[in-house]
Design a protein around this ligand. Structure first.
Ligand code: NAD
Ligand code: LMR
Length: 327
């Protein structure tokens, strides 16, 4: 049997964890030929619930599941990890200012970055899901100086999938007929879902939808979908977030389908005017286990302004965590 891949999942006892772990164990994250060992990292109060989830995982008798371990210490939780899904985060609670939120999360993602730096496997790939995902990923990355920066990513695949679905519904097309949508910037309400390069069954999407639908319907619906789900469900998206995490890592490891692209927040190399080092969403393809930013796309004035606004928010968040001494 092939050596199992160690997958560490933080926040394993949470909602997303519950929707995610069974899919990882069934082979949907890495493929049907790859056995996995799950390493569940929780805070001490979450360990008992994680033990319950581990019992259920055992009861599924997944042929690819080679073991489950539970930790409440990041140092041991990330030891030997090949893939790390950083889901657990400090949610914003009533009366909490943005600075408080960033600080609380700095207290989580700084030490996790250090633990990854100290003990993860050489091929570690990190996906941050816990919000504010881009800046949490930046904090973790900055605490892991020995790990190539490109191994730290944040999730905008859920936004990408939401955009695909909205455009398919509007044009009456199947999701599979849509190609080359992009989410730019931050996983927040400032994100920019861009259809100007997208095609629907080979036709430019911009010829099928008008500017007013884009501005007053599509962009706000996609960008505020997370809040709409919280409003409707009384809890943030969980199964769709887990699904997007599976899509992100699956593509990263196995490659995106020939020619087409997706969206992921990765460390900027300065492309498209996004300051180097920020973790921002781009159009990306995965090849040979690495994300590559799709180059050479024309950015019109409308898109430029929207990308700049979301990137400005990322710069503000970076400066705030710098000011707090978190990076
Ligand atoms: P949840 O509250 O149900 O679960 C979070 C879990 O994380 C809890 O079990 C908690 O004990 C654990 N946890 C907290 N701090 C931890 C730490 N330091 N180490 C390990 N575990 C820790 O939340 P959820 O619904 O699973 O969502 C998790 C995060 O994902 C939230 O920040 C949410 O906003 C975010 N989210 C992101 C996206 C995205 O697209 N990027 C989408 C949906 C949700
Ligand atoms: C989402 O996009 O569904 C979440 O990021 C919303 C949230 O604030 O948890």
């Amino acid at each position: 049997m092939t050596t199992p891949v160690n997958v560490t999942v933080t926040g394993a006892a949470g909602q997303i964890g519950y929707a995610l772990l069974f899919r990882i164990a069934s082979g949907q994250l890495l493929g049907a030929d790859t056995p996995v060992k799950l390493r569940l990292l929780e805070i001490p109060q979450g360990v008992k619930a994680a033990e319950g989830t581990a019992m259920e995982l055992e009861d599924c008798a997944f042929p690819l599941l080679a073991g489950i371990d539970i930790f409440d210490d990041p140092k041991t939780g990330f030891e030997g990890a090949n893939v790390a899904l950083l889901v657990g985060a400090r949610p914003r609670t009533k009366g909490m200012e943005r600075g408080d939120l960033l600080e609380a999360n700095g207290g989580i993602f700084g030490p996790q970055g250090e633990a990854i730096n100290a003990g993860a496997a050489d091929d570690i790939r990190v996906l941050v899901v816990g919000n504010p995902a881009n800046t949490n990923a930046l904090i973790a990355q900055q605490h892991a100086p020995d790990v190539p920066a490109e191994r730290f990513t944040a999730m905008t695949r859920l936004d990408h999938n939401r955009a695909l679905s909205q455009l398919a519904a509007k044009t009456g097309a199947a999701v599979a007929d849509i190609a080359d949508l992009t989410i730019w910037g931050n996983h927040s309400a400032t994100q920019y879902p861009d259809v100007f390069h997208a095609t629907v069954a080979g036709k430019p999407a911009s010829e099928l939808v008008d500017r007013s639908w884009l501005e007053s319907d599509f962009i706000p619906t996609v960008a505020k979908r997370g809040a709409a789900i919280i409003e409707a469900r009384g809890a943030s998206s969980a199964a769709s977030a887990a699904n997007a995490a599976i899509d992100h890592v699956h593509d990263w490891v196995n490659g995106t389908a020939d020619g087409s692209w997706t969206s992921a927040a990765i460390v900027s190399d300065g492309s498209y005017g996004v300051p180097e080092g920020l973790i921002s969403s781009f159009p990306v393809r995965a090849k040979g286990g690495r994300w590559e930013i799709v180059q050479g796309l024309e950015v019109n004035d409308f898109s430029r302004a929207k990308i700049d606004a979301s990137v400005a928010e990322l710069v503000e968040e970076r400066d705030a965590v710098k000011g707090l001494g978190l990076i």
